[in-house]
Design a protein. Structure first.
Length: 453
């Protein structure tokens, strides 16, 4: 079923006529009271200014032709949420002026740009043709944009008046299908994942602002524990790569909303979706940050990472470098290590391509391997056998405590104990989202062999 909004308008009535000419009998019109007689297809009375009443109109609908009749985006998120609960595809006719030199100064172009962003963030499959409106229509709309009523908010100026590109305006990147990629801020840009996110964005031609608690010539200061540092770091940015810091998330959300940030990709944890999450301090901390972003009004993507392959450097590098046996309490326990480069590739995709808004991706490695097998891969990369010594859980806990905080030690021990009883999950999300295969642990070890020499 196809729902056509604005069915009695200049565009909507031609859409209906074209559907009928094609022999389609599954069209439905959304019309204002008293207008049903003006359309030749089944009609449902209602309006986009009352999204809570769209249930009947959207019943059985898979695609929507959307005409947004208001000159403010207020109410649009609720309408798109209602559509996304029922339909899969939305067609929205935008303006050819979006992305052009006049967008900053033209309220109609800004409105269409804001609607495009909201539709992108809805997760719906979308078709957004940009057309040139008749001059008389544009002049009429501009003449009334200050006083035009939005749904439930009469005489309000458009909510999209801020220039999202900052003083320099947006940069156009044809490599991303014509999407306007403006400044992306990378928090933790010196970290294991953040530095690869920064490199990937730079390779894609995206303007990047790197942040650090200790700034230098290439990094600006941004400390999530010091909210006064955030406004300057986020100024003019539209996208952010973020790591989880519960104590600083409220300050970040406030600064991001004020700066006009649209989309945040958060490096989160798969502990959130695993058994015992309520008792897991890592899961609790990451869920606090996720919840704050969910309630912020910003678009978001969560990368819920499983066991990092880089953890093996903390666990075993000192022992392996010294030529000693690797002590393991559960040598046959299995984990599915995930590469930091794969997490970064997912982040870059979510930051530069459409369709990842309000998505939570749980990311494990592509293979489940025993800890003994993982040590064996490291040995193969070094060209020598590395002995494994089985120890008690108490001894293993003490060994980990020499390199990790106590809370992390308990999480690792529980993960290993679980992996000794059942095969852990693997995932194909990296290939599904980025289009290339995830790195195996053996490949990761080859890239990091020097860390164990």
């Amino acid at each position: 079923m196809i729902l056509v909004t604005g069915a009695t308008g200049n565009v909507g009535r031609h859409v209906l006529a074209r559907l009928q000419a094609m022999g389609r009998t599954d069209a439905r019109a959304l019309v204002r009271p008293g207008k049903a007689a003006h359309v030749s297809v089944p009609a449902v009375t209602g309006g986009l200014d009352a999204p809570e009443g769209l249930g009947e109109a959207l019943d059985g609908v898979t695609a929507v032709f959307l005409v947004w009749p208001f000159l403010t985006t207020r109410g649009a998120p609720a309408v798109l949420e209602a559509i996304a609960r029922r339909a899969r595809h939305v067609v929205y006719v935008s303006s050819i002026g979006v992305g052009g030199p006049e967008e900053r100064d033209d309220p109609i172009f800004r409105l269409h740009a804001a609607m495009e962003r909201l539709i992108e963030e809805s997760g719906l499959r979308r078709t957004v043709p940009r057309v040139r409106a008749a001059r008389r229509v544009r002049d009429h709309l501009r003449a009334h944009h200050d006083a035009a009523p939005g749904p439930g908010h009469p005489r309000r100026r458009p909510a999209v008046a801020r220039d999202p590109g900052g003083p320099a305006g947006p940069a156009r990147h044809p490599a991303h299908g014509g999407v306007h990629i403006m400044t992306t801020v990378v928090f933790g840009a010196r970290g294991g994942v953040g530095r690869h996110v920064a490199a990937g964005l730079t390779a894609a031609g995206v303007p990047v602002r790197l942040t650090s608690r200790t700034p230098d010539a290439s990094h600006v200061r941004a400390d999530l524990d010091a909210p006064q540092t955030l406004p300057a770091a986020l100024e003019g940015a539209t996208h952010v790569f973020l790591y989880a810091r519960p104590a600083g998330i409220e300050g970040f959300v406030a600064a991001a909303r004020s700066a006009g940030v649209r989309h945040v990709v958060l490096l989160s944890s798969a502990a959130i979706v695993q058994p015992g999450a309520a008792r897991n301090p890592i899961a609790r901390d990451h869920r606090i940050v996720e919840s704050a972003l969910e309630e912020s009004g910003l678009s978001w993507t969560f990368l819920r990472a499983g066991m990092f392959a880089t953890n093996t450097r903390w666990w075993w590098s000192r022992t392996i470098k010294s030529g000693e046996a690797v002590r393991l309490p559960y040598p046959e326990a299995m984990t599915a290590p995930v590469s930091e480069r794969d997490l970064a590739a997912l982040a870059v995709t979510a930051l530069t391509e459409r369709g990842h808004g309000r998505q939570a991706y749980t990311v494990y490695g592509p293979q489940a391997l025993t800890l003994r097998e993982q040590v064996g891969h490291i040995g193969a990369a070094l060209g020598r056998a590395i002995p494994v010594e089985e120890v008690t859980p108490e001894q293993g806990r003490a060994d980990l405590a020499a390199t990790m905080p106590a809370t992390a030690v308990e999480v690792v021990m529980r993960t290993w104990a679980a992996g000794a009883e059942a095969v852990p999950e693997t995932s194909v999300i990296v290939e599904k989202v980025t289009g290339r295969s995830a790195r195996t642990f053996a490949e990761w070890v080859c890239d990091h062999a020097a860390d164990f020499r």
